[in-house]
Design a protein around this ligand. Structure first.
Ligand code: ADP
Ligand code: MG
Length: 258
């Protein structure tokens, strides 16, 4: 087993709250006193920008790490929020193609993280791009646990079966230690009847694989990235910030039972 706990925030749809979840959960667990590293695995670099690090100014990033041109250690940098970051920018878009010719192409991130993560008290969170691509496959091969953020709308359930099937295939073929930690209901609006119905269906169907914490739709979470900050730092008293703080605690508790 790898020495650190590695989690992946994944959903092949865009705009479902992956990056917001990854950045705020990293910040929440750092606040709770944990050593946390956030890995930005999306060429859009939203997690990088959301941690106050300018993706355009990077001389090296996750891209070089995946191709074996830099070590994870040399790319890892500190954020102002108590956790470290492996940053990304649009360079990473090229990795998809360039990896195809390399040996162990789906294990590149795992190898890089294993070489960096020599402390067993470290928690590593990976923010994925909106696709079931080679990048996402690398994340699933590296991880112990999967966190799936989803909005409680009708189409959320449709994509979910594809995602669950992909996770099963990765478990079978590459990474038997991978487990589904849970579904996180995000951008929740209790005034919408359908949202409540879908939320209940999820809880019924997936039982304790649905996190108890529900993240509300909250404008402060959406404003924070433009200030280069996690929402829980930008406005700690907002409903969104409190929810992600609770989620961080719930995740740590779930870990202690594994
Ligand atoms: P993804 O990484 O899955 O593409 P993001 O985390 O970037 O999704 O979220 C998509 C958009 O929704 C962003 O503009 C983000 O600020 C906003 N957003 C995410 N979560 C919330 C929330 N709980 N309340 C309000 N806006 C949110
Ligand atoms: Mg994102």
């Amino acid at each position: 087993m790898s020495k650190a706990w590695i989690f992946v925030v994944v959903n092949q749809k865009g705009g479902v709250g992956k990056t917001t979840t990854a950045v705020n959960t990293a910040a929440a667990m750092a606040r709770a006193g944990k050593r946390v590293v956030l890995v930005d695995l999306d060429p859009q670099g939203n997690a990088t920008m959301g941690c106050g690090i300018d993706k355009r100014g990077l001389s090296r990033s996750v891209y070089q790490v995946l191709l074996g041109l830099e070590t994870a250690r040399s790319v890892r940098c500190a954020t102002e929020f108590g956790f470290d970051l492996l940053p990304a920018n649009r360079d990473l878009a090229a990795a998809e193609l360039e990896l195809v010719d390399l040996a162990d192409r789906e294990q590149r991130l795992k190898q890089a993280i294993d070489s960096m993560a020599d402390r067993h008290d470290e928690l590593i969170l990976i923010d994925c791009p909106p696709s079931l691509s080679m990048l996402t496959l690398n994340a699933l091969c590296a991880a112990h646990g999967v966190i799936i953020p989803m909005q409680c709308e009708y189409y959320a359930l449709e994509g979910l079966s594809d995602l669950v099937n992909t996770i099963r295939k990765v478990q079978l073929n590459f990474n038997p230690q991978l487990s589904m930690l849970g579904l996180l209901r995000v951008m929740f609006d209790a005034r919408i009847t359908l949202a409540q119905q879908v939320s209940e269906q999820l809880a019924e169907h997936f039982g304790d694989k649905v996190f108890q914490t529900v993240i509300p739709r909250n404008v402060r979470l959406a404003e924070a990235p433009s200030h280069g900050m996690p929402g829980i730092v930008f406005d700690p008293s907002s409903r969104g910030a409190k929810a992600y703080t609770s989620f961080g605690a719930e995740l740590l508790e779930r870990l202690s039972t594994l």
